[in-house]
Design a protein around this ligand. Structure first.
Ligand SMILES: C[S@@+](CC[C@H](N)C(=O)[O-])C[C@H]1O[C@@H](n2cnc3c(N)ncnc32)[C@H](O)[C@@H]1O
Length: 196
């Protein structure tokens, strides 16, 4: 069983909930949406990040490879017809729908080939659409207590790497740091990269 299936029912701690609320609020400030959008949350997990956007969504689709995380997502959203979920490993599959806005929080460091996934997200973007990725800035591998067991494939991402992806994908990028996490006597930064 994957790490995320095991931890799904305990995922929504107070600390994580607060962090995701802050990250979503900073992302919404930068996006400055002027009308409601059809949006997708890639690597949505239990929805802690993506569901914060619901006020701005005509529709929201949560996509994740973990059935356990999606069960929690579905329990939270089963009365809301504008919200749906899809179990999909985006590294192995293609997306069929298109969206005005794609968001993703703390999922990219779990991908083997993040640039390939960004290219798939770009294909799923409607004209004028945006992709907002939140993740860890490059770190020394000490952020997660068990990198291998937790499926961590990258120790965050540098601004240079995120800009290189933009170049390769033919997208522009707006990069900012939107949160600091103090842990193990160290400071870790979380970035927001908006690709358009
Ligand atoms: C650290 S969790 C973040 C969950 C949520 N976005 C949040 O911020 O609370 C990373 C999520 O990415 C999902 N994920 C990892 N690789 C994936 C892939 N290839 N396709 C779809 N989802 C993936 C995991 O199953 C997990 O739910």
């Amino acid at each position: 069983m994957s790490h995320f299936n095991k931890v799904a029912n305990e995922w929504d701690s107070e600390g994580k909930t607060k962090m995701m609320q802050k990250l979503a609020s900073e992302t919404l400030k930068k996006l400055a949406l002027s009308s409601k959008v059809d949006m997708m949350d890639f690597g949505c997990g239990t929805g802690l990040f993506g569901l914060e956007f619901i006020e701005y969504a005509k529709s929201l689709k949560g996509i994740d490879v973990s059935a356990g995380m999606l069960e929690v997502f579905d329990r939270k959203t089963d009365q809301q017809t504008e919200i749906s979920s899809l179990k999909l490993d985006l590294e192995a599959n293609e997306l069929e729908d298109t969206f005005d806005l794609i968001v993703s929080s703390m999922a990219f460091h779990h991908l083997n080939t993040p640039l390939q996934v960004l290219l798939k997200l770009k294909k799923a973007l409607r004209a004028g659409g945006k992709i907002a990725i939140v993740d860890l800035n490059e770190e020394d591998g000490s952020f997660h207590p068990d990198n291998e067991g937790m499926g961590v494939k990258h120790f965050g991402f540098s601004q240079a790497e995120l800009s290189l992806w933009a170049n390769k994908a033919g997208l522009s990028i707006e990069h900012s740091f939107i949160n600091n996490i103090a842990k193990n006597g160290k400071e870790y930064k979380q970035f927001l990269a908006i690709y358009s």
